[in-house]
Design a protein around this ligand. Structure first.
Ligand SMILES: [Zn+2]
Length: 350
């Protein structure tokens, strides 16, 4: 039987929160020990890192001749017919074009972006983010191919959300506190491809003069190189009261790669869309590798994205660290809670 639940929800995500501050992450990264931390002082991030480039003022750098910046093929070996974007349009329609990406690389990167789309789709619907053509709908994966277990979540006019539930375990509602949670049973996706979709944005923002120190990243993202050392975690912040009306990306560079016995990854990408802030560290540049020494630790500084929300008194600032190093497809159930203003519920109570 098909149950229909119609909801009118004000999007204020209440949960999905973890930890902060100098806490070991428990990830293994070769033999280099590292810690990640957020300084109590919000501005400390800018003491160590400076903005290198941003999608806000991006202008494509001209490369001599027609050579793909990513796979290094020339126009006799590949084609350059497609319009390519700096920021995937799935997180917002945009006209920020790149002119250094060949069609076969564009197709390869589109594959990465489809995985990214599965990973973030719940946020796009909750945020009412219009992609190239429309706001996507979420279709949960089915259990054992049974269509009657599929949940559908759609955006409607005026920030209304419509939820078609068949599996009643996919939601909880508390009418007293007006909180609601949905378990998004996502289709399968490959976390490593999500990382590569983010890395692509970072490499596009990298000024061309740094390419020679990051050649291995270009080779890896185009599958010309199999293995690469990198920090596989993405650090994800869900903002409670702020929504970005358009997606934008920033690339930061460490002002100094080494301070005393601490090393800092050279490049950090920060991506803003919907009510999300994503941070990844780009793979180590050759410049950083030169600085590696047994007595040096790698420090991962986190961008103080929580500051986009109004800070009232003492509060716990939350990040999710997500391991994007997995190279095989996975499925996951992602529970998101939020408060709502008004709900028109046509469903039997559990
Ligand atoms: Zn190419």
């Amino acid at each position: 039987m098909f149950q229909i639940l119609k909801l009118c929800i004000i999007i204020q995500i209440l949960s999905i929160i973890q930890i902060t501050k100098k806490k070991p992450l428990g990830l293994t990264f070769q033999s280099i020990p590292y810690i990640y931390y957020m300084e109590p002082n919000i501005l400390a991030f800018w003491e160590k890192y400076e903005l290198l480039s941003s999608s806000e003022n991006y202008s494509a750098e001209k490369i001599k001749g027609k050579i793909c910046r990513y796979c290094e093929k020339n126009e006799n070996e590949t084609t350059f017919k497609q319009i390519t974007h700096l920021i995937p349009e799935l997180i917002g329609e945009n006209d920020i074009h790149t002119f250094d990406e060949c069609d076969s690389c564009n197709n390869l990167f589109s594959g990465y972006e489809s995985n990214f789309a599965v990973f973030i789709r719940p946020y796009l619907i909750l945020g009412g983010i219009k992609g190239k053509t429309k706001i996507p709908a979420f279709h949960s994966r089915t259990e054992k191919g049974n269509e009657e277990t599929r949940t559908i979540f759609k955006h409607r006019e005026g920030n209304r959300k419509e939820l078609h539930l068949q599996d009643l375990d996919d939601y909880t509602i508390d009418e007293e506190t007006k909180t609601f949670s949905i378990t998004f049973r996502k289709s399968s996706f490959t976390p490593l491809k999500v990382y590569k979709a983010l890395l692509k944005i970072g490499l596009s923002l990298l000024p061309v003069k740094y390419d020679e120190f990051n050649r291995h990243s270009f080779e890896w993202i185009t599958n010309r190189k199999e293995d690469l050392n990198f920090i596989p975690s993405a650090f994800i912040t869900t903002l409670k009261g702020k929504k970005f009306t358009k997606a934008y990306a920033e690339l930061y560079r460490a002002k100094k790669l080494v301070i005393e016995n601490e090393m800092f990854p050279e490049h950090i990408l920060i991506l803003h869309f919907a009510n999300q802030v994503f941070q990844i560290f780009l793979p180590f540049s050759d410049e950083l590798k030169k600085e590696d020494a047994p007595n040096r630790n790698l420090s991962l500084l986190l961008f103080p994205s929580y500051a986009y929300d109004e800070i009232i008194g003492e509060q716990i600032n939350g990040f999710r660290s997500y391991d994007l190093g997995v190279s095989t497809p996975i499925t996951e159930n992602h529970k998101i809670s939020f408060s709502y203003e008004q709900a028109d519920i046509q469903i039997p109570h559990k």
